[in-house]
Structures are given as C-alpha cells and as structure tokens.
Design a protein around this ligand. Structure first.
Ligand SMILES: Nc1ncnc2c1ncn2[C@@H]1O[C@H](COP(=O)(O)OP(=O)(O)OP(=O)(O)O)[C@@H](O)[C@H]1O
Length: 269
C-alpha cells in the first residue's frame, strides 16, 4: 500500500516541545485469562493533539483505548498490572470513581449508537444526569454540542425527531455531540469512521481536526491514510506491544523499526 503523507500543520519539534501529557501510561500489562493482550505499554498521550493507534487486527488497539476509561474492566476475565496516570492521578486508585473518570474521558464507538430517543434527548441525557434541569440551560448545551460536532445546521429543525431517522454519518456526529455535552477533557474514538461512507468519513475527519483545538483525542484506526491525515502522533501496536510511538510524519516517512516499515508499506497486516 502506498502511503501519501499530508505534511500538515504541526512540525516535529513543535509536537515534542509543546506536549503536556494528559495520560502517562507506565508498564501496562493486560491479560484476558491466559492471553497476554497488552505487554509493558509505556507512553504519554499529549494534550490537545490527535494520537492515532494503528496496527493489525488483534494487536490490542481496542483493548488499549478501553483501558483509558476503564471500560475494559467490564470483561470479567481481565487482569491488569502497571499504571495509568490521568492528569497526575492513577486511574486504578480505589478513590478514583469510574463515573468521575468517564466524565473527563468520553468515548465514541465504531458503530454509531444513539439512544432510541429524540435528537434533543440524546444530547440532554448526560447533562440531566449531571443535575442540569433548567430548560434554557439544557437548550444551550444541546445547541452548543451539536454545533461543536458540526451537525447543528442539519438537525436544528428536527430536534424532537427520533435519532434513528438520521443517516449513519449524522448519527456518528450526534454521538460525538453527545460526548461533547458532558464537557470531557479527552475523547477516545474506536474506529469512528469504519462504518461510514467516504463523505461522512471526511466530515468526521474534519471535525477531529477542529476538536483538537479544545480536546485531547485518541483514535484507533485501521486506515493508515486516515492516521497520516489527521493525527499528530501515531503509536504502532503489534502483538500487544508498542513497537514505535512518534510524531506521525516521522512514523510514516522514516520509521525507526523494520516492523513498522513492513506494516506501513503493506508487507503484512
Ligand atoms: N472480551 C475479550 N475476551 C477475551 N479476549 C479478548 C477480548 N477482547 C479482545 N480479546 C483478545 O485480545 C487481543 C486484542 O484484541 P483487540 O480487540 O484489542 O485488538 P484490535 O487490535 O483492536 O483488533 P481489531 O483491529 O480486529 O479490532 C486479541 O487476541 C483478542 O482475541
């Protein structure tokens, strides 16, 4: 596969010097039963940048991203060791409530998963749970979130219609808006465009570029061109290990590990 690098907004020095970590991951290991799915993962996820996670199927990308908001713990056979610090706090600390963490660290999934409710209620749901009752405030949150996810103009005249009436691409942007409504710090995206057509994919990619001005984004993608287009840093995973983590333009133009080179040039995976 030929990778065309989009030499975009951020240069290597800028990425490295300005990087304040939101997450510091240290010697993270994870097992599903006997299956050692993540091996000694160690890297920092920078603030207000897009970090892409790439690698062949089954290498641990989704598992890794789901450790960052502790969703992975929903699988009963999971065991973990190591440390993940979010803004200086160990997320596995017993005093750290998982709800608190997930308010800070939102997630968007592969398949759009709106609630079977109106467009308005999809967005207002999270803020209501967090205690916002005032209609005017909720209206403002709904509009701001939908605008933030670049879907306001498409839905502003049908806010009280069922969200299932939206196209797949619109539903995915609605789910991004739902995530924005709880005012997260970090947005995790697990292959957010893999179920979308090319035009919807482009819209979500443009949105990610916009969102990184305010949010730190971690995105799992199978699509190397997408990682090259939209991310500032890329981690290449293989068999549960991070083989290389560096700024995206270096990873795709001058990888330091032969296995990265083989993967990005399509020799395996
Ligand atoms: N719920 C689970 N129970 C047991 N094993 C699991 C579970 N989820 C993932 N695994 C195993 O962990 C390893 C990593 O899987 P993971 O889904 O994280 O990989 P991935 O890189 O995201 O794959 P893909 O690109 O195909 O989505 C695989 O060997 C997989 O079989």
């Amino acid at each position: 596969m030929e990778i065309t690098i989009n030499h975009k907004n951020v240069n290597k020095e800028q990425v490295q010097q300005d990087a304040v970590p939101v997450f510091k991951v240290n010697n993270l290991n994870l097992w599903y039963g006997q299956d050692h799915a993540l091996k000694d993962i160690k890297f920092d996820i920078p603030e207000k940048q897009v970090t892409a996670i790439i690698g062949p199927s089954g290498c641990g990308k989704s598992t890794f991203i789901k450790t960052l908001n502790r969703m992975v713990e929903m699988v009963p056979i999971v065991r973990m060791s190591g440390e993940i610090n979010y803004r200086g706090r160990n997320i596995f600390d017993s005093k750290y409530g998982v709800e608190e963490l997930r308010t800070q660290v939102g997630m968007v999934f592969q398949k759009p998963n709106p609630f079977p409710k109106s467009i308005y209620e999809n967005i207002a749901y999270g803020p209501k749970i967090h205690g916002i009752k005032n209609k005017k405030v909720l209206d403002e949150v709904v509009e701001k979130s939908l605008r933030g996810a670049a879907i306001w103009d498409e839905v502003k005249d049908r806010l009280h219609e069922n969200a299932f009436g939206l196209s797949g691409g619109q539903q995915q942007r609605l789910c991004i808006a739902r995530c924005l409504a709880i005012e997260p710090d970090v947005i995790l995206m697990d292959e957010p465009t893999s179920a979308l057509d090319p035009i919807s994919t482009l819209k979500v990619e443009e949105l990610v570029q916009e969102l990184k001005k305010e949010y730190s984004i971690v995105i799992v993608t199978h699509n190397m061109q997408q990682a090259a287009r939209i991310s500032d840093r890329t981690a290449f995973f293989l068999n549960g290990e991070v083989i290389e983590f560096t700024d995206t333009s270096t990873l795709f133009s001058n990888p330091s590990d032969k296995r990265t080179e083989d993967y990005i040039t399509g020799r395996f995976g």
